[in-house]
Structures are given as structure tokens and as C-alpha cells.
Design a protein around this ligand. Structure first.
Ligand code: ADP
Length: 191
């Protein structure tokens, strides 16, 4: 069973690529950002709590995020494999994911990290903000804050999986199709 982490800074193209990969490899795409936005739109207690953090470009606390992710995975017992998009974003989340998979004798297959320079990211997110309606995509200072949080709290997750040689860096510049092919060249050998 494939457990793929699609990694990289905000705006690096994880969501776009995850949708294409999920279709090609018959994997379930789980985006914690999408799950939070769904909860927020339904005005659930979890959603309103998450919004306090998301709107400031901060991470939602681990206990909330981990609980939500586990619940989602457990609700999909028939999945052939998963793409985790936007999770894990902290070492605590990575440990929680590893333990959850271990309970089923599973483990992370690969982490693919999309490399995109900061200035390109800011440009892409501001551009996305025009149509996405996401408040965290419209304000350059919030975008810079998210990049800073990525460097301070999330980048270490790459090293966490590099220990087992599971982390790979992918050039995230080019057309959607070019980047997709680069990702596929790492996933095909796992199938
Ligand atoms: P992007 O990758 O463009 O930042 P996401 O949709 O992945 O967008 O995430 C949007 C926001 O949702 C994040 O800035 C953060 O506040 C929250 N979030 C998403 N995933 C996590 C996570 N794994 N841990 C904590 N917060 C998260």
C-alpha cells in the first residue's frame, strides 16, 4: 500500500499535483488544509478554532490536526493508498503518522518535496488569491509568515524521513505536466 507525502512550502503546487497523482495511482488524496476549510465553511467548533490560526498564517495546534487526520484515515478502510498533502507539518505530526501506520504494519513509502524559490511562491499565492477567496492568500505579510513557519517548523520533516532515505527533492518549476512527470518517475518504481 502506498503512503505518499507530498511536501513543500505553501504555494509549491502540492494540491494541483496531488489531484493528478491520486487519479493516476488510485490513491485517496487527503489535504489537511482542505479539511480545515471544509470545517470552517460548516462553522463547526473545530473549523472556527482552526480559522483563528489559519487566518494568521500559523499552524493549527498538533492535537487538533492529528485528531482530524486520524479520524479521516480511519473513515476510509477500503483505500488502496494515500497521498498526504499539507501533513505532516511538524515532527510531532510525523511521529503520530508513523505510529498510526505502524499499528497496521504500514509505513511511509516516500516523501516528495517540491522545491520552489520564495519569490515565485509569493507570486503564485497572490495570483491564486485573486480567485481562491482564501483570506490567507490575499495578504503578502500573511504569506511571508506562512513561509517563515514552513522554514522554522515544517522543513525538519524532510530530514525526519531522509534518515530512511525516503525524502526526495523535486524541481517544482516548469509546467504542471513537467512537474507531474518528475513526480511519477519516483512513484512508478513503487508500484
Ligand atoms: P498552503 O499549503 O498553501 O499553505 P494549505 O491548504 O495546506 O495551504 O494550508 C492552509 C492553512 O491550514 C495553513 O497555513 C495552516 O494554518 C493550516 N494547516 C493545514 N495543514 C496543517 C497541518 N498539518 N498542521 C497545522 N496546520 C495546518
Amino acid at each position: 500500500m502506498i503512503h505518499l507525502i507530498l511536501f513543500g512550502p505553501p504555494g509549491s503546487g502540492k494540491g494541483t499535483q496531488a489531484v493528478k497523482l491520486a487519479e493516476k495511482y488510485n490513491l485517496v488524496h487527503i489535504s489537511t488544509g482542505d479539511l480545515f476549510r471544509h470545517e470552517t465553511s460548516q462553522k463547526t467548533e473545530l473549523g472556527l478554532k482552526a480559522l483563528e490560526f489559519m487566518s494568521q498564517g500559523m499552524l493549527v495546534p498538533d492535537e487538533i490536526t492529528i485528531g482530524m487526520l486520524k479520524k479521516k484515515v480511519k473513515s476510509l478502510p477500503d483505500a488502496c493508498g494515500f497521498i498526504y498533502d499539507g501533513f505532516p507539518r511538524t515532527i510531532a505530526q510525523a511521529n503520530a503518522l508513523d505510529h498510526m501506520l505502524e499499528e497496521n504494519n504500514e509505513s511511509i513509502s516516500i516523501l516528495l518535496s517540491l522545491d520552489v524559490p520564495e519569490e515565485e511562491i509569493v507570486k503564485r499565492i497572490l495570483n491564486r488569491g485573486i480567485s481562491s477567496g482564501r483570506p490567507d492568500d490575499n495578504d503578502e505579510s500573511i504569506i511571508r509568515k506562512r513561509i517563515q513557519v514552513y522554514l522554522q517548523e515544517t522543513a525538519a520533516v524532510f530530514e525526519h524521513y531522509a534518515v530512511n532515505r525516503k525524502s526526495k527533492s523535486i524541481n517544482g518549476l516548469g509546467t504542471i505536466e513537467e512537474i507531474f512527470l518528475r513526480l511519477c518517475s519516483h512513484i512508478d518504481p513503487l508500484c
